[in-house]
Design a protein around this ligand. Structure first.
Ligand code: NAI
Length: 489
């Protein structure tokens, strides 16, 4: 047993040393060029987005096979599963961010990155228009030709057109949202502490509402309650007693994608942790300092000091514009893709992955986008081989029949994308998590307990895209455990 332990420790040290070496000393990259050494043209592969799908594609892709261009207004990858931990400071926002330049520096061939919005896609001429995020600069709009285009532009927070949401609520989707939520929480607490304890305005300010009982809403409400119970209690005991965190969900239960037993456990646990769980409560209108909701046929008004909105996602404007250009795009929830992740109506050249797409077999989660990215990397390897053979076919004295057989063979080896659902995990507060895992067809459902909590943390750490992220997140958890969360803005 000692030998096994020693070998495991040495293997772990070896693995992390290698990772560290790779991050500090990236390999020399092959430059981009118009043609390969044999004279065949090198195709342009344009990837839109720097989220889960694009980054997993980039990490798996042999970038020496294409001129790879990435366009995204966000010059970093954001590890979204830990975003709900950031507003209260359990984890720092910078710890869950990896610059896209660092990611592309670790690929084999050089990759071009433009910090810009893609504003238009022209499938007929295989061109996209991009607009720099730095307005007013000369030539801030350019067109880029593509041979293959990957749309991985994600989605945006939905409001279901409920009046007042955009004006008064804060979303939980991007770093800027997390910073806004943090600032709002800390300022509201200070503002309330200025008022006498029996002042109704103070009571209103200390009502913190989280709308949407999906994983984002639950994890954020849990983190908020941790901050109040574990840290604010020590530095502002009176205020911490008076804050009420309410989680508002329109359906009869929260966390719909989880098993019923885990849902029941979580609901009981949250109530026990003093989270005011309001089920069957559909928000209909948001005023500057109260929400109007329908609860069991009755209209209720809930005043608030902080309102966080996490009711899911809707397509981006570019997604909607692209749908209009392709006749076969008839689904409003996202860009329709086939089983090989090709965009219906542009199957020869445009692929779609992640939350901007719609396929009846997959849900819009990070896990799906990640696997789709990995799948596309393999597809692009095969498309490169096919393109090479097609070029050879056009050369003088080519053995056309044998090349055609080879092309057919490779084409038929591009199998359909199969999503392997590994399961779901969620943090529910008080160092407790729930897990609903699917391992080799067997279902493992566990709630609470130290094992699940540490398992949740280990899985999230392993999912981080760089060693730097893993080290920073671990250091944040240690810092929070030892010193608590900080309450400054
Ligand atoms: P979601 O779509 O999962 O949940 C939104 C919730 O808001 C729903 O339960 C819905 O009934 C409720 N809602 C909608 N309108 C409402 C209204 N007007 N009033 C009250 N309640 C209303 O959204 P979420 O949590 O942002 O997650 C987005 C995606 O990311 C999901 O597919 C989710 O599975 C995934 N995700 C998974 C995580 C995990 O597995 N730990 C973590 C975060 C996200």
């Amino acid at each position: 047993i000692w030998k096994t332990t020693l070998y495991s420790i040495l293997a772990t040290i070896g693995y992390f040393s290698y990772q560290l070496y790779r991050e500090i000393h990236p390999k020399t990259q092959l430059p981009q060029s118009k043609t390969f050494e044999n004279g065949s043209p090198r195709k342009n592969l344009v990837i839109l987005g720097t989220g889960w799908g694009s980054v997993s594609l980039l990490q798996e892709l042999d970038t020496t096979l294409y001129n790879v261009i990435i366009v995204s207004p966000r010059n970093y990858f954001l590890f979204t599963p830990l975003l709900p931990s950031t507003p209260v400071g359990t984890v720092n926002v910078k710890s869950i961010v990896e610059p896209i330049r660092s990611i592309i520096r670790r690929t084999k061939g050089s990759v071009v990155y433009y910090e810009a919005w893609a504003t238009d896609i022209d499938p007929q001429n295989k061109q996209i228009t991009v607009k720099s995020v730095f307005p007013g600069e000369q030539e801030d709009i350019k067109t880029i030709d593509y041979d293959y285009l990957v749309l991985s532009i994600g989605a945006t927070s939905t409001t279901f057109n409920i009046p007042g949401v955009s004006e008064n609520a804060i979303f939980m989707k991007e770093i800027s949202d997390s910073e806004k939520v943090r600032s709002k929480i800390m300022k509201t607490i200070e503002k309330a502490s200025f008022l006498p304890r029996d002042d109704p305005e103070r009571r209103k300010l200390l009502n913190f509402l989280v709308v949407g009982g999906g994983p984002t809403g639950v994890e954020f409400a849990a983190e908020l309650q941790d901050f109040i119970k574990q840290d604010l209690k020590k530095i502002m005991p009176e205020i911490s007693q008076d804050i009420k965190v309410s989680l508002i969900e329109g359906l009869p239960n929260i966390l719909n994608m989880f098993d019923k037993k885990l849902i029941d456990y979580t609901e009981k646990f949250l109530i026990n942790e003093d989270v005011d769980l309001k089920l069957n409560t559909m928000v209909k209108k948001v005023n500057p300092d109260s929400i109007i909701a329908k609860c069991k046929g009755e209209e209720i008004e809930l005043p608030y000091g902080v309102l966080v909105w996490s009711t899911g996602i809707k397509p981006q404007q570019l997604t909607l514009d692209t749908m209009k250009k392709l006749d076969e795009q008839t689904e409003r929830r996202g860009l329709l893709i086939d089983d090989k992740l090709r965009l219906l109506g542009a199957q020869d050249s445009i692929f779609g992955i992640g939350d901007c797409t719609f396929h009846p077999g997959f849900v819009p989660t990070a896990q799906v986008a990640h696997q789709e990215g990995q799948y596309l990397a393999k597809t692009f390897q095969k498309l490169y081989e096919i393109d090479q053979l097609k070029w050879e076919q056009e050369q003088p004295n080519a053995d056309i029949n044998s090349i055609k057989t080879n092309i057919d063979k490779i084409e038929s080896s591009i199998v359909d994308f199969k999503y392997a659902h590994m399961g779901s995990l969620a943090y529910i507060g008080g160092d407790k998590a729930i897990m609903d895992l699917n391992i080799a067809g067997a279902q493992y459902r566990l709630s609470g307990g130290n094992f699940v909590f540490w398992f949740w943390r280990s899985v999230y750490l392993s999912m981080c895209v760089s060693l730097r992220n893993r080290v920073l997140v671990t250091a944040d958890w240690v810092r929070t455990f030892v010193f608590g969360r900080d309450s400054s803005v």
